[in-house]
Design a protein. Structure first.
Length: 279
């Protein structure tokens, strides 16, 4: 449980720390998942702030998740790239996990683009498939919105359109125009850090999930409470447990993420240039 006044003070202090480096107003915030951080290097006129220097920013401890905030121009738009996602399994509370989203909102971001690495459940997916997230299942049964909320966050946010339909349609059209193959699907959030069991994957499959991962959903919930439209893209880095006939390995997740990141980067750059809120 957290104190809403303290919560607001923490964000204020973090905003002040960022503002000591740059007054750039990001119109979009991008959260980059495992192995997908390279896009941050393309930001022009970048101000790079280690998250360790941002007061109250939770510590990121996972390989592939450098703790940096990058503010600058990407594809002609002012952006905040969050390279330093934090996860529930690192020992953070759900509220702490979404600190970066609240910070992005307080810095002016009007839309949130989330990327992640995920295990493929849909039998038509293979390692390297890009999946536009249409909806999610919250099977971590956690929420960053439990407890008293600061002013400006909706108590009971509507989730009938958690990944903005219009933005999704535009993103899909861009992929079609540029010949970037993609699929659509439902993402299921699990707390991790262990990968799932084959029985869990069969259960998720029957429940309607297409991909599984350990992030994204808390951030989408936080964005919904703040009224920020969200877009989510999963890179399917492996087939989920029991579907690929060999054990899952984090290094494989990172490797496949690296292999498809150029395709993903091309798509994300075009999405940033041509679509989304705040344009
Ligand atoms: N399960 C959960 N999270 C993941 C996976 C997976 O198979 N692959 C990448 N992130």
């Amino acid at each position: 449980m957290f104190d809403p006044a303290e919560d607001a003070r923490q964000i204020e202090a973090a905003v002040a720390a960022v503002r000591a480096h740059t007054d750039l107003q990001p119109s979009l915030a991008l959260v980059l998942g495992s192995g997908l951080g390279a896009l941050a290097d393309e930001v022009e006129g970048a101000t790079v702030i280690p998250t360790a220097e941002v007061p109250h920013y939770p510590r990121s401890t996972v390989e592939g998740h450098a703790g940096r905030l990058v503010l600058g121009m990407l594809a002609g738009r002012p952006v905040l790239v969050i390279q330093g996602r934090v996860h529930l399994y690192e020992g953070h509370s759900p509220r702490a996990v979404t600190f970066p989203v609240r910070l992005a909102h307080a810095l002016g971001a009007e839309g949130l683009l989330l990327t992640n690495a995920a295990g493929g459940i849909n039998r038509g997916f293979e390692a390297g498939t890009l999946m536009l997230i249409t909806d999610h299942l919250n099977l971590a049964f956690a929420s960053p919105l439990s407890g008293k909320l600061p002013e400006g966050e909706v108590r009971f946010p509507d989730l009938s359109n958690p990944y903005d339909e219009q933005w999704r349609t535009e993103a899909g059209n861009i992929a079609l125009t540029r010949g970037i193959p993609y699929r659509e699907g439902v993402y299921v959030w699990t707390a991790g850090p262990s990968y799932e069991t084959p029985a869990e994957i069969r259960f998720f499959e029957r429940a309607g999930a297409d991909a599984v991962g350990m992030s994204t959903v808390p951030e989408a919930l936080q964005a919904a409470a703040l009224g920020m439209p969200t877009l989510g893209i999963s890179t399917i880095t492996n087939l989920a447990a029991g579907l690929q006939g060999r054990p899952l390995d984090h290094s494989e997740v990172m490797e496949v993420g690296r292999m498809v990141r150029d395709r993903l980067a091309t798509w994300v750059r075009a999405i940033v240039a041509e679509t989304g809120p705040g344009r």
